[in-house]
Write a protein of this length. Structure first.
Lengths: 210, 210
């Protein structure tokens, strides 16, 4: 069964001023591996990809985002027509409460306080909008000792269909050690594996949701 | 006259916690164009390059840095043996006063205050260490209306041999509109030009310092 898959990957960048931003170490590698595997399996794939990531394959349909607001606009456009949304993007949890005009000048004598406010929870928003045939899959990046507990909490709180939890050191790495939890109570895990292998492992579990 | 050139490029990343950081929109394109032009002109080039930039040519000698502290360590190692240091890297001016262990959890109800302190002024430090035969060239990225004034101030304050000032919109762009000022009172400017053309324009002016 060929599905229409919307896959997000890479970091968001939240501006501090005209040149500076807050971001995270997401490389987009996991999302790109999943997109590649989904294409090879015959699914119709659209990718939303952050800045500063590795280049996607040329045969992949890609829209680029910078901030979380950009990603939100792209999701508003593309979510309705997908069957599955895989939210592998590392969306910033915080953004500066106000963005400075121009460039904040360097002052070697002064500390600066930057006020950060929580960003919109894009996964929860999309999950709340999904219709009967749509599935939303989230990722959780957590400290190893809290992984299972936080993943289960996140699955409930965001009301998604399934969650992939992985330890902090997955960011920008070439392997991933996944834990898979679904709202229907399925639980599965595996040893660390290369991201292309993980992509096929994940895809089999997503296809089984249908 | 073949010179030994140490060229820095791209952004630094200053960690907030295990996955998040503050950075800037520098792409490293200007520095890579200068490195390429310098190699073609027969100079001996070592490049120090930030993360998240475009891939350098394979025949270029490159060392990667992440934070400003990493860059400082590389400069400590490589500065002594160079004739010219070209500081095209967009070094963060501020860094979190303390780095959180692990990953700061998302809390949708709470604002966070992030205290930022000024980073070490690497250009000024290197300039203060230079010996008679060494030249240090700085870059200044400024708002267009303050460009000339701030560049002249920076030239004096950092005590470098010359400065290239360019407007804010140069970051991550394909062209550059440079203003060149030296401590000996030379001043030169040009219309916006592609970065490879700028690299040759700059190199001619650096060679003329000898």
């Amino acid at each position: 069964m060929a599905l229409s898959m919307l896959i997000t990957g890479g970091p968001t960048r939240e501006p501090i001023d005209a040149v500076r931003f807050i971001s995270n170490r997401s490389s987009g590698k996991t999302a790109l591996a999943v997109a590649q595997a989904a294409m090879e399996a015959g699914h119709d794939v659209t990718m939303l990809l952050g800045c500063g990531t590795i280049d996607p394959p040329t045969d992949l349909r890609v829209h680029r985002f910078d901030s979380g607001d950009d990603l939100k606009r792209l999701l508003d456009t593309h979510f309705e027509s997908c069957d599955v949304l895989i939210m592998a993007a590392a969306v910033a949890d915080f953004q500066p409460a106000c963005v400075a005009d121009g460039k904040i000048p360097r002052d070697p004598t002064k500390q600066i306080s930057l006020h950060l406010q929580p960003t919109s929870d894009l996964v929860a928003i999309m999950a709340s909008r999904r219709r009967h045939h749509q599935r939303v899959i989230a990722f959780a990046l957590e400290e190893p000792q809290l992984l299972a507990q936080r993943a289960a909490e996140k699955l409930r709180r965001k009301d998604v269909d399934a969650i992939i939890a992985n330890p902090l050191n997955t960011v920008d790495a070439d392997t991933i050690k996944p834990l898979w939890l679904t709202t229907k109570g399925h639980r599965d895990s595996a040893e660390a594996m290369p991201k292309p292998d993980f992509a096929r492992w994940l895809l089999a579990r997503i296809e089984a949701l249908y």
